[in-house]
Write a protein of this length. Structure first.
Length: 737
């Protein structure tokens, strides 16, 4: 609470003294500051409102107004001088965000606001602590607004849109929604940010020359967008099963997303959902019955490995990438076609760094050479021509002017993330640079400007030395020439972004959308909004019930928070427990290695002949699967290699009696191959037999496991076969070092 005893003696007494001397002046000043509101002021106020809503509302808003402070009532914050216009250092609301003592810092008992969020709050107070913009429709208590809170609203919009299209176009359309934010309360600015993030993400994942503009379906609130897969070339098959039997499967890029999506629900009691399933989902031949995807999930997940790599079909090695792009980087350096620069200190790299620009048919191809230190052979100033780095980041223009990214190790192998000992991401909570999202957020304006330190150093060399001065000066161009190349690349990118969004990009939209989704702790009202509930009180009662307390969500009932990964882990259990519908579990998702519902009685474990599961090339390996439960179970076991290839180890239908432990191979051992990296053993198990998996594979796409879960059957009223809620999934990772 803001009225923490720690602050009462100093802050409040200071405010009261000041108020008694100049209360009229304060009101006059506030009126002046509030009078001239600009679009920038409104945008800033909307950003701060979203911060307060996501981080403070549980204790200081709605029915829970602790300490008499409601963060949504800005006029009261100004009158009480919690937010003194123009004076952040005299504003208690700002000061409690900076408090080092966790017992006094706000939000109380929760992670602190990050530096960017605190800076926005300060900027808002400096600019006058202007009133927050009103939310778009969706607030409970208004009959017109209540329609937006019903699940059928989006299904009705999809149906109307589908029926308005020519038959030959309907089944290529896919939908993306930010509607769950509106249900929980959202400003027009927040919804606009979601829209911009969607537009950018889709086009960062497209090899098409033309930019793709999603269509607004519900123009009244603009929370539902339609995209034609053909415009992205996402309608094409990227992976398929080798068999041509009845169980044959094929996947397009959108199907890859559906296999990972954790928020889909089959609404059994909704006739509108039944119509959507019959008229749209089934004839569209989706791999899972998911009528739409959440925008925040899509933007935050599709831009991270493994989906980022698969959606762009990025190959396993840098050599393959350059071959696919038609770039010979070594020859470009030898022929001085490439232009290089080197920095002693970089904003991203911890050590010295070199970058190369190569011409490319769609613009440019940039390649960094990074090091684990700046000394000895890692010192680029000793020999600036023959550089052998520890790894690097590649950036290349897509045909539409946007950029794509690739991270590689010293051998040129593709990496999901870069070691923090070499590079860091200031925008990530753990500072890890993850390919795709980290790069998009960092390069929000395209290529970043830099100053070459190598050429000036080489120019100072007199006489003959160890460095070939002439060759170095040919490879490292003058500052003016490199600056012109960078500026041209920036303008190409920003021109595409502005054309795409319909306005200049003042703030990168993907950053706040992804940070809020991935990192912001979830409060009760946020979770209620995601479930479409009209009242947080309903959910507060529900999470205290015995059937849900085992999920670890009870903290929400007492102004606590949970993390996104916990919420996704138990989302299906909440949906089932509340009787909302049938959750579409991402059982076959590569981003969901385990599915272990706490209510399951199935207890199957998988292990290897080494307790730590770490092996070296040439070692012998055996795999064990054990049924520790009291009932017989049926299992299926598959293996995934370090390159993403799958193979069946034990087929579906393999029975394990209670207490039975099975060994693979039954006799002898497997020999560990000379390939370093991580491999996985994946086990599905259930007390009832379940259909076998189909392995689906493609070029530059990790193999997928696809079970025939949730297949639509029936004519008049659809039913969904093979509900996997009785199964568990375990994944064991084996390291070869």
């Amino acid at each position: 609470m803001f009225t923490t005893q720690r602050f009462i003696p100093v802050r409040i007494s200071h405010f009261l003294q000041k108020a008694s001397l100049a209360w009229g002046l304060v009101l006059c000043t506030s009126a002046i500051l509030l009078a001239a509101e600009t679009p920038e002021d409104s945008k800033l106020a909307a950003q701060v409102k979203e911060i307060f809503r996501s981080r403070c509302l549980e204790c200081h808003g709605g029915s829970a107004v602790q300490g008499g402070v409601d963060v949504m009532k800005v006029a009261e914050l100004r009158d009480m001088e919690y937010a003194a216009p123009g004076e952040p250092d005299d504003s208690l609301l700002y000061q409690v965000l900076l408090e080092e003592d966790e017992d006094a810092r706000m939000p109380l008992g929760q992670p602190a606001l990050n530096a960017d969020e605190i800076a926005l709050v300060r900027k808002w107070i400096v600019s006058g602590a202007k009133d927050f913009p009103t939310d778009v429709a969706g607030t409970a208590g208004n009959s017109k607004d209540d329609q937006y809170r019903e699940p059928d609203y989006l299904f009705e919009q999809i149906l109307m849109h589908q029926r308005s299209l020519p038959l030959e176009d309907r089944y290529f359309i896919r939908y993306f929604s930010s509607h769950h934010l509106l249900v929980g309360g959202a400003t027009r600015e927040e919804l606009k940010r979601q829209r911009d993030a969607l537009f950018k993400t889709l086009n960062h994942l497209s090899y098409q020359k033309q930019l793709v503009y999603p269509e607004v379906v519900n123009e009244d609130v603009e929370t539902l967008f339609a995209v034609d897969l053909r415009k992205l070339s996402w309608h094409r098959t990227v992976a398929k099963s080798e068999s041509n039997s009845d169980g044959a499967q094929s996947l397009n890029n959108h199907d890859l997303l559906l296999l990972e999506y954790p928020y889909a629900i089959i609404y059994e009691a909704s006739q509108t959902y039944d119509l959507v399933a019959q008229e749209y989902v089934r004839p569209s031949k989706m791999i899972r019955p998911v009528p739409y995807l959440r925008i925040d999930w899509f933007c935050s997940t599709a831009t991270l490995p493994p989906l980022y790599h698969d959606l762009l079909q990025l190959p396993q090695t840098l050599d393959e990438l350059e071959r696919d792009l038609g770039i010979d980087s070594e020859d470009n350096v030898e022929q001085r076609i490439a232009k290089r620069a080197g920095m002693a200190v970089s904003g991203v790299s911890r050590n010295n760094r070199a970058v190369e620009r190569h011409p490319y048919e769609h613009g440019s191809y940039w390649k960094s050479i990074d090091y684990i230190s700046s000394k000895g052979s890692d010192n680029i100033f000793i020999d600036p021509i023959h550089l052998i780095g520890t790894g690097g980041e590649m950036i290349f223009n897509l045909p539409n002017g946007m950029q794509a990214y690739y991270i590689a190790d010293a051998a040129g192998g593709r990496l999901d993330f870069a070691p923090t000992s070499i590079v860091t991401d200031r925008l990530a909570e753990d500072k890890t640079v993850r390919n795709g999202l980290s790069c998009i957020r960092c390069h929000d304006r395209g290529m970043k400007a830099f100053k070459d330190d190598v050429r000036p150093a080489v120019e100072l060399i007199s006489g003959s030395g160890q460095i070939d001065k002439r060759s170095a000066l040919e490879l490292y161009p003058p500052h003016k020439q490199m600056d012109e190349l960078i500026q041209a690349d920036q303008e190409r990118f920003l021109s595409s972004v502005e054309k795409l969004l319909g306005h200049s990009q003042e703030d990168e939209p993907l950053t706040p959308v992804s940070k809020r989704f991935l990192e912001a702790p979830l409060q009760l009202h946020t979770v209620a909004g995601e479930l479409g509930l009209k009242s947080t009180e309903d959910l507060r009662v529900i999470v205290r019930q015995p059937r849900l307390t085992g999920l670890g969500l009870v903290a929400l009932a007492d102004a606590g928070v949970i993390r996104r990964d916990m919420w996704e882990d138990f989302y299906d259990q909440v949906i089932t427990g509340m009787g909302i519908g049938i959750p579409v579990i991402s059982m076959d998702g590569v981003t969901r290695p385990d599915y272990l519902p706490p209510t399951s009685t199935v207890d199957v474990r998988v292990s290897t002949s080494r307790r730590n599961n770490i092996f070296s090339p040439g070692d012998e390996l055996a795999i064990f699967v054990e049924n520790r439960g009291s009932q017989p179970v049926f299992i299926e076991m598959l293996g995934r290699s370090f390159s993403g290839k799958l193979a069946t180890i034990l087929p579906a239908g393999t029975k394990l009696d209670a207490g039975e432990k099975r060994r693979f191979p039954e006799e002898g051992n497997l020999k560990v191959k000379p390939a370093l990296g991580s491999e996985q053993i994946i086990v599905y198990a259930g007390e009832k037999e379940f259909p076998c998996a189909t392995i689906v594979r493609g070029d530059n796409v990790a193999d997928r496991i696809v079970h025939p879960f949730y297949q639509i059957a029936g004519e008049a009223r659809p039913t969904f076969d093979h509900d996997p809620r009785g199964l568990i999934k375990r994944t064991l990772t084996i390291e070869t070092r």
